[in-house]
Design a protein around this ligand. Structure first.
Ligand code: OGA
Ligand code: MN
Length: 322
């Protein structure tokens, strides 16, 4: 029965009309953004990620596999979920534990967005690939605003997934499916779509994906700008917070970086050589002023990574693939 928005929500689930309209104003789903041909090529590249992961070709913290989904972090990784003690404590991982953005993601996803003027060149510096198997999910959350600029770009492959807003997840049965409250808004993201989350949809309400929102195996590629001065694991909170500066919008011209002297002027007791190129205070050698808790977390992360650190960081290639 056509009620006008049957396509946008499950028939039996009533949305909250006011919330849903605020979400739809700020979360745009561009269906058919990636052509059939583009989807097929990108999906073949995604398959090769799983092969590389199985063969152990990625760095320690690039891949996080659970039975119902695999997550790949490129460019930047961060602590999340049970790795953090409370929301808002998310931190960027040491860069040597994470692989750079793969060429196929740059060539086939980021470059087209840059060429269409949707983002400034170089703005997207992180890519997360979520590979959901049937029964998989992502618990409702807000992408940590201390780590990620807005907007957030989500591309969908293999099958449709629905992004649900304002649904609370709980886990009454350990290891079993979640109990979820009715979403206030449901946004279908078909294969080949590009979803752009900003404003209210990104900051004013949680989003997630329930098991019933996946029409089979689905892979999303989430493209974001990580604030390079975001909190880092093993680093004391900075006395200089660049985020207090006016934010660059994703497609504005780059602002010149403040010089070390300007950064020093903002924080009187810090010598120029202690400030890095992003205006952050350099961590003392050996993370000497990290708290014991941070040092323990860093040691845990690095403990199993010695073998995978042999390869030097590869610089990002912008050349088109052969
Ligand atoms: C995320 C996220 C949604 C998706 O990774 O933060 O919200 O479609 N993903 O996978
Ligand atoms: Mn998210």
């Amino acid at each position: 029965m056509g009620t006008g928005n049957d396509h946008a929500c499950h028939q039996w689930e009533a949305e909250d009309p006011e919330v849903a309209s605020k979400v739809r104003e700020s979360c745009k789903v561009h269906t058919g953004f990636w052509s059939e041909e583009a989807c097929a090529k990108i999906e073949a590249d995604i398959e090769s990620l799983a092969v590389m992961a199985k063969a152990g070709h990625f760095r320690e913290k690039t891949v996080d596999r659970t039975p119902l989904r695999s997550k790949y972090f490129f460019g930047y990784g961060y602590t999340y979920g049970s790795q953090i003690s409370k929301k808002g404590d998310e931190q960027i991982l040491p860069p040597e534990l994470i692989d750079p953005v793969p060429d196929f993601i740059y060539d086939k996803l980021i470059l087209p967005l840059e060429e269409q003027g949707m983002v400034r060149e170089g703005w997207i510096n992180s890519a997360v690939v979520n590979d959901y198997r049937p029964g998989g999910m992502i618990v409702s959350h807000v992408d940590p605003p201390k780590l990620f600029a807005r907007p957030i770009f989500i591309s969908s492959f293999f099958a449709e997934g629905r992004l649900v807003f304002g649904s609370r997840f709980s886990f009454p049965n350990k290891g079993g499916p979640p109990h979820t409250t009715a979403p206030k808004c449901i946004c279908p993201m078909p294969r080949g779509s590009l979803t752009i989350m900003d404003g209210f949809s990104a900051d004013g309400i949680t989003h997630g994906i329930r098991p019933q929102d996946l029409e089979g195996r689905r892979v999303s590629i989430v493209l974001r700008h990580v604030f390079p001065n975001a909190p880092r694991l093993g680093q004391m909170p900075s006395t200089l917070d660049m985020r207090q500066q006016p934010l660059l919008s994703c497609n504005s011209e780059p602002l010149p970086r403040p010089s070390s002297e300007q950064a020093v002027a903002a924080g009187p007791k810090i010598a120029a050589e202690e400030i890095d190129e992003f205006g952050r205070r350099r961590p003392a050698r050996g993370a000497g002023d990290a708290t014991d808790r941070q040092k323990a977390a860093l040691a845990r992360l690095q403990g199993r990574s010695r073998k995978t650190q042999a390869s030097a960081p590869r610089s990002r290639s912008r050349s088109p693939q052969r």
